[in-house]
Design a binder for this molecule. Sequence first.
Ligand SMILES: C[S@@+](CC[C@H](N)C(=O)[O-])C[C@H]1O[C@@H](n2cnc3c(N)ncnc32)[C@H](O)[C@@H]1O
Length: 202
Amino acid sequence: MRGRYKSWTPGFIYAHPEVSPRALDAADPFYRGDLVLEIGSGKGGFLLSLAALHPSKHFLGLERDVSCCGTAAKEAVEEERENIRFLNLDFDDCFEELAKLRFDEIHVNFPDPWPKLRHAKRRLFYPERLKRILSLLSKNGRLEIRTDNDDLYDYLLASYEEAGACILPPPYPEEECESEYEQRFKAMGKDIHRAFLAKKGK
Ligand SMILES: C[S@@+](CC[C@H](N)C(=O)[O-])C[C@H]1O[C@@H](n2cnc3c(N)ncnc32)[C@H](O)[C@@H]1O
């Protein structure tokens, strides 16, 4: 379900460093205060909805696909939303800088399942990577995961302990913002798995 390349997006990102800076600089004052991260933010619908609901928090979307990232950045500019940024970066490539920050919430919505065993290391829930994601959480922070993929969900359930995580009960009230993929899968009648994780023994 890869989207097509949008040739205007690299130029848009270049012209809007206030929403889509080229690099992640953890010293930037934008990253002070309550922080929420989405890894693989796609076209940004989920994070934009959250940012509208919580104007006092700051939101960071990481998206390695330039067309998706540019589409999300354009929406943020059009909505004049100042508490959100979409960076056209791969999680692994900016981890060192990310590690200087702490996030109250991290969201991973409908990550690529990489179903072949030989590609397991590319999964966002590969235990080493899951460990890195969890290390970015603040003391009471939580990681929220959504997927329609039964096998990936089973893989997560088999991996989270090795990564040093524990399962939390769903927060109450559960927030109902949806990503583009979630809307698409729900329209197809698919069931969605949701998991809430924290660092064990925090
Ligand atoms: C299946 S799409 C889901 C998009 C969005 N979260 C949603 O639910 O609509 C997965 C997205 O994650 C992005 N992605 C995958 N691995 C990534 C990584 N390591 N760093 C940043 N983005 C990543 C892909 O480019 C893709 O846009």
